[in-house]
Design a protein around this ligand. Structure first.
Ligand SMILES: [Mn+2]
Length: 374
């Protein structure tokens, strides 16, 4: 029974399905997985088409009015477009499963009318067709506009619960998550910005990004915990083990670390920066240069890297964390080609009634989107 509880109610149909012949079960599972991947694939194609079409049309338009190549290139945006991919998975949490409900709450907060859709990150050249000289006016502004499909687009969620309902095991589920990431990356210029989910999802996502790019990436991991247990409570896919699966990384914000956590970091050659020495390391961490000699930078943000004063809606409340501005300083000043990222471990079931932590997670997603897109 305890095993069923850990796996969640969605494992119940799998137990019933055990009475079905293995071949029939396998066939049914494969059809559901194919349908799920088809949805992601087709949405990614559609979004990529839209993005390609828009700037090329605009470029032609601008070229026909003014020969201003630099400006057209500066308008950019089509070189890399951050693309939301939700992974509503919570059953690999060792404590609470609420992160499974996070992706729709984050989306809701991104587009919440209480704030505008401009990011802090990214100096861009804005333009409009409203003024009469050549029909175009140019000007500098700060921030990127999230409503611009060249900056942010969305291919929806991997239907985790629906797949698990068919009794698909975690090994295969992790592969489906990885395949979904690759389908997004198939459609240049889309780059995945993954909404968790618990932190176990980072492993298949980072593996897929690395496989797709054909080499390792630097990983910047902001978290209250190192998540590097070889296996946690016997689960190699636990949210506390994802970074044991991912071999390389830089960890920032750690303040809950066991002897095994330290030993594992040493074994993998991981650089860890702990909160108790953050004031000493601040200058270095707020001026990181990553991704040189590898395929780029992956940023994984566990919302619990923040102090609970800023982000109470997490499963593992750990006092003494980063301030929201600390995290933004690290992100904004980071030099490197950010190829993908994730924001994980928001637990809406522990959030304030007005969804404060969802807004915090959403702002992290927004600023990450601005960082990725170009
Ligand atoms: Mn954590």
């Amino acid at each position: 029974m305890s095993n069923i509880v850990r796996r969640g109610i969605h494992y119940m149909p799998a137990l019933n399905a055990a009475k079905v012949s293995a071949a029939m079960l396998e066939k049914g599972q494969s059809r559901v997985i194919d349908a799920s991947l088809t949805l992601i694939r087709e949405r990614a194609k559609l979004k990529a088409c839209h993005i390609y079409f828009y700037p090329s049309f605009m470029n032609l338009c601008l070229f026909s009015v003014v020969s201003f190549g630099e400006l057209v290139r500066a308008l950019g945006g089509s070189k890399a477009t951050s693309t939301l991919l939700g992974v509503p998975l919570g059953h690999n949490s060792s404590f609470l499963q609420g992160p499974a409900f996070a992706p729709p709450r984050i989306r809701e907060a991104i587009w919440c009318g209480s704030t505008n859709s401009t990011t802090e990150e990214g100096i861009v050249i804005s333009f409009s067709f409203e003024v009469e000289i050549f029909g175009i006016v140019f000007g500098f502004s700060t921030g990127k506009e999230l409503q611009d499909a060249r900056v942010l687009t969305d291919v929806g969620d991997v239907p985790i619960q629906e797949i698990r309902d068919c009794g698909v095991d975690d090994h295969r589920l992790m592969n489906v998550i990885g395949e979904s990431v690759k389908l997004v990356m198939d459609e240049d210029p889309l780059r995945p910005l993954v909404l968790g989910g618990d932190h176990s999802i980072s492993f298949p996502v980072i593996r897929a990004v690395s496989e797709k790019l054909g080499g390792p990436v630097d990983v910047l991991h902001l978290d209250a915990h190192p998540d590097n247990y070889d296996a946690f409570e016997g689960n190699i896919y636990s949210h506390a083990s994802s970074f044991a699966r991912v071999m390389e990384g830089n960890y920032v914000g750690i303040r809950s670390i066991t002897a095994e956590g330290r030993a594992q970091a040493k074994k993998f050659g991981v650089e860890q920066y702990e909160m108790r020495t953050f004031s000493r390391d601040r200058h270095f961490l707020e001026n990181l240069k990553l991704g040189e000699g590898v395929k780029g930078v992956y940023i994984s943000i566990d919302v619990d890297c923040l102090d609970p004063a800023f982000a109470p809606g997490v499963s593992h409340i750990e006092p003494g964390g980063l301030s929201f501005r600390d995290v933004l300083n690290i992100l904004h000043n980071l030099q490197g080609d950010v190829v993908a990222g994730d924001v994980v471990e928001l637990n809406p079931q522990r959030d304030t009634v007005d969804g404060m932590t969802a807004m915090v997670a959403a702002k992290l997603v927004r600023e990450l989107a601005a960082k990725i897109s170009k």
